[in-house]
Design a protein around this ligand. Sequence first.
Ligand SMILES: [Mg+2]
Length: 374
Amino acid sequence: MRITSVETSVVALPFTMGGPHPPFAGRPWDRLEILLVRVETEDGLVGWGEAFGHAAIPATKAALDSVVAPLAIGRDARAIEPLTRELMHATHLLGRNGAHLYAISGIEIALWDLLGKRANQPVWALLGGRQRDSLPAYASLLSYANDLPLVAKNTAEARAAGYRHIKLHEVTREAVIVAKEAAPDAAIMLDVNCAWTPPVARDMAESLAAEGLYWLEEPVWPPEDAAGLANLRRHGMRLSAGENTAGLFGFKTLVEAGAIDIAQPSVTKIGGIGEMLRVFRLCQAHGVEVIPHCPYFGPGFVATLHIAAALCERPLVEVLWLEMEANPFDPWVRARDGQVAVPQGPGLGCDPDPAILARYAMAPPVRTETRFAA
Ligand SMILES: [Mg+2]
């Protein structure tokens, strides 16, 4: 069943976040942008994927439209593993992490959606999971730039909304202390996005030792410093990382170094669902827990629901703490009472609402296609 077209489009969704919108790449970050990948096969079936993301979207979209989509056209949509392998090999000279891998991820997710639709099975069932209606979620607060009253206010509101796990994107012990005071019965995680060199991270870990963090995420710069993470881990705090790790072999380096307690692979970045599966198996063999990274709002988020439902022993789904005006994948991309519902329909189980797609489209879709003789 050959792929006849790959279409890329971007929607931009206005949102509020309980504080001022932070600047990113020289402009305020006040729209959630989603890069959607629509793959169609010769029988007219359509699958949806999502490629990372945020400020990287123009680069990822260029990689898709100019290189990855043309390579995928005409290929068998069911042969996901060999096609992904070939796409990765064909583009490896362009980088083993970054825009081209994100582009491959978007197509790969769409192929799983197609596979499930063709088999009339949800993706979680194709992955061998058991049926679950919902999964626990955690509130992933955006950065309030160490504005402690805003950290406290949003932590309290997230707890009141039903979340029992709340993650901060701050870099100070004071932020952790005010969050604990605002939600004393919640587990608090701290994600510093690789802010610290190993010596600074060591001092910070010592000062945070008494605060009982559920995990400390990406404490070390650069993220591939496996030895730096492994040394820090000896201080007794649970460390998580992986959203910036390059594929299975990047995780192999982290796991073999004893660098992490929790692996956080990201389905829209790492190469899609198949590469996530390989990371799960690797981590299983080394006693490392996997809690995927998924701060996105389209098919990548929904694919993570299927993966977590099927493969996570203790699922905990990352949901950014913000309020979107609308989303073409509603209601599947929102949490309620600290839980997210797992779609039960074929494939990813949620095609986008065309009216919402049209209303928030940033530009007309770009289509790569080939017509075959009948
Ligand atoms: Mg993170």
